[in-house]
Design a protein around this ligand. Structure first.
Ligand code: AMP
Length: 121
C-alpha cells in the first residue's frame, strides 16, 4: 500500500484542515490530539510523506530523522512532562491499530499512565 496524500495529517500539513499546533520545525509538526487520552496528548508527525514508523526509519534522511526526534524533545519540554515522565507510542499497521496512514508518534503524559499494555497475550 502506498502513501495516500488525502489522509487527514497530509491535509493538516497542507493547511487544508486546522490543528492546535504545539511545535514546528523544518522537518516536523506537533499538534494536540483531537481525542486526548491523557492531560497531555500531542501528535508529532514528519513533514515528509511517510506511511509508518518503518517507512520513515527506512527512507527518511538523517536530517529528517534528527529534526523529528528534536521535535519530540521540544514537545516534551514545552508541555512540561520531562520531570515526571511520559510515554511515546507509534501505532504501526494493522496489529498496531494505526488509524491514520501518515507516520506519527503520540506523546502522552501529565498523569501516571499505568501499565503499557493490558496483558501479555
Ligand atoms: P493512530 O491510531 O495511532 O493512527 O491514532 C490516530 C490519532 O489521530 C487518534 O488518536 C485521533 O484522535 C487523532 N486524530 C485524528 N484526526 C485528528 C485531527 N484532525 N486532529 C488531531 N488529532 C486527530
Amino acid at each position: 500500500m502506498g502513501y495516500d496524500p488525502q489522509n487527514i495529517f497530509a491535509k493538516i500539513l497542507r493547511g487544508e484542515i486546522p490543528c492546535d499546533k504545539v511545535f514546528e520545525n523544518e522537518h516536523a509538526l506537533a499538534f494536540k490530539d483531537i481525542q486526548p487520552k491523557a492531560p497531555v496528548h500531542v501528535l508529532i508527525i514528519p513533514k515528509g510523506a511517510y506511511l509508518s514508523s518503518s517507512d520513515f526509519s527506512e527512507k527518511a534522511s538523517a536530517e529528517e530523522i534528527a529534526g523529528f526526534m528534536r521535535a519530540i524533545h521540544a514537545v516534551a519540554d514545552k508541555t512540561g512532562v520531562i520531570g515526571e515522565g511520559y510515554r511515546l507510542i507509534a501505532n504501526t499497521g494493522a496489529h498496531g491499530l494505526q488509524e491514520v496512514p501518515h507516520f506519527h508518534v503520540h506523546l502522552v503524559g501529565g498523569k501516571p499512565l499505568g501499565a503499557m499494555l493490558p496483558s501479555a497475550r
